[in-house]
Write a protein that binds this ligand. Structure first.
Ligand code: CO
Length: 498
């Protein structure tokens, strides 16, 4: 068997998981040529929460970052994480906006598109995959791994088969929570390699300390690539670090060759960057945390929840809320927990504890129950569905969610023109997702020093509440869930988990 290859995630998932996505382009560029010489099979550099962070906190044009990184590291394919129909946001966009985003990214140099849907609904992937293929770029279809009574291994294998028929060039297993057991990784890789004739990558997080062991098992089973990072933007809630992975593979017939001296150079560089980003790092994210194995809740979500509950005056109810998360997940059809479903389930669990179970259902949880995010893996709890129907007066939808959305690109282009902004596709697709931030950036009123701290919850939720119809997420405030309760706006900061 050929050596396994490593993709490196330090410029995307590494700092998204461990430093609130705050690494800026200037901090990346000195490392890019070294990363490019290493022989990694890919560099994950873009997408996920990085685009939001560029606009909201770093005062950077994300497309400029993409071009700069391509120039600094031209040889290694660059990978982005794309949330299917949600692009890099928390809510669905029309097909024409999704397609325009993919075309603009491809034109700016993006090579590989990792495309996932939080519900594993292939209908939410089809537009992105088709457009990537039409652009002549590499479409990697992702299978979100989760554990539930409706997710036997066969469900993931069937999805792999479907991704192949949809035209993907490779398949990824995406274990955003770091919960895949080595034995499961072995079996899943074996079965996918048997049934799907495409290269296969495993992506995991070391949150519960399983990541490196899962990679070893997957490598024994024939996985083509695994994803590692560079310490200290590695381990904990990020990917296992490259040096550790190489040490674990010492003597293994599939161990790749990577220059240790160059890895050390990278380590020294990123130690300094980690120090610079100290106010965004958190020891809770750096340590092995087995809570996730007990509660089936991603580690980053738990640490975030502690802060959130404290701000809501609910610090003493942490255990209750955490125990409520699987209850909400089951009622909503055992959806995987990944952006945006992790935020939605967490918010609803908090509301169940605060106001009584299902007394109040947040608009985005209503949308999941009603099928507006896509087909959920299991059945929706009938009582919850009845309550949603009463509360919202809306019906379940069964068509592909994006079929309900009218084309949006030209409307956004006109809005850009009306505001005196450029009307090229790059600007327009960013404006479609982050209107205020794009306007501020281009008008020179951009956010922010890179050191700005994130906005926190606006105000405690009042005791007596009635949910109002409100957009599940205010697109201008991506990164935060906005709840509109009794006419009062409540912003709940969410952290991207992908
Ligand atoms: Co990840």
């Amino acid at each position: 068997m050929l050596p396994v290859t490593f993709n490196n995630t330090v410029l995307r998932d590494g700092h998204q998981a461990l430093a609130a996505t705050r690494m800026n382009t200037a901090q990346m560029l000195p490392a890019a040529p070294i990363l490019d010489e290493m022989g990694f099979s890919g560099l994950e550099t873009w997408g996920g929460a990085t685009i939001d962070s560029c606009l909201r906190f770093l005062n950077e044009n994300p497309f400029d970052r993409l071009r700069a990184l391509k120039q600094a590291a031209p040889r290694t394919p660059q990978i982005m994480l794309l949330r299917g129909q949600n692009i890099v946001q928390y809510t669905s966009f029309p097909d024409d906006v999704v397609a325009a985003f993919v075309r603009a990214s491809a034109a700016a140099g993006q090579d590989v598109f990792r495309i996932f849907d939080a519900l594993n609904d292939p209908r939410n992937l089809v537009t992105a995959i088709k457009t990537v293929v039409a652009c002549g770029k590499h479409a990697r279809g992702e299978i979100c791994y989760t554990i539930s009574p409706v997710h036997p291994i066969g469900t993931f294998v069937e999805m792999g088969v479907e991704l192949e028929t949809m035209g993907c060039h490779s398949i990824g297993i995406k274990d955003m929570s770091g919960i895949i057991a080595p034995r499961v990784a072995f079996e899943l890789v074996k079965e996918l390699k048997r049934r799907v004739g495409l290269p296969l990558t495993l992506h995991t997080h070391d949150t519960a300390g399983l990541g490196a062991a899962a990679y070893l098992a997957a490598i024994d089973a024939g996985v083509d690539a695994v994803e590692t990072s560079i310490a200290p933007f590695a381990n904990g809630t990020a990917q296992p670090d490259t040096v550790r992975m190489l040490a674990l593979l010492a003597g293994h017939p599939r161990c790749p060759h990577l220059d240790r001296a160059k890895l050390q150079e990278l380590r020294v560089h990123f130690e300094e960057v980690y120090r610079q980003l100290g106010k965004f790092t958190n020891p809770a994210n750096e340590r092995v945390d087995t809570d996730i194995l007990v509660f089936q809740v991603p580690g980053g979500m738990l640490s975030h929840f502690r802060n959130q509950l404290a701000e809501q005056g609910m610090a003493d109810r942490f255990d209750e809320v955490v125990r409520e998360i699987p209850v909400v997940r089951e009622a909503l059809g055992w959806i995987p927990l990944v952006t945006p479903t992790s935020q939605i389930v967490g918010t609803q669990a908090m509301m169940n504890v605060k106001f009584g179970r299902w007394k109040m259902i947040c608009p985005s949880a209503q949308d999941i129950a009603l099928g507006k995010y896509g087909k959920v893996p299991g059945p929706i709890n009938p009582q919850v569905l009845a309550q949603v129907a009463r509360q919202s007066g809306r019906q379940v939808v069964t068509q592909r969610p994006a079929d309900l959305l009218a084309p949006g690109l030209e409307g956004h282009r006109k809005q850009c023109a009306d505001k005196g902004l450029p009307t090229d596709d790059e600007t327009v697709v960013l404006f479609a997702m982050f209107p205020q931030q794009v306007e501020a950036l281009i008008m020179g009123r951009g956010a922010a020093t890179p050191a700005r701290t994130p906005a926190r919850t606006a105000a405690p939720v009042p005791a007596a509440v009635v949910a109002r119809a409100a957009p599940p997420v205010d697109p201008g405030q991506a990164g935060n869930m906005v709840l509109n309760i009794n006419g009062t706006r409540h912003e709940i900061m969410v952290e991207s988990l992908d």
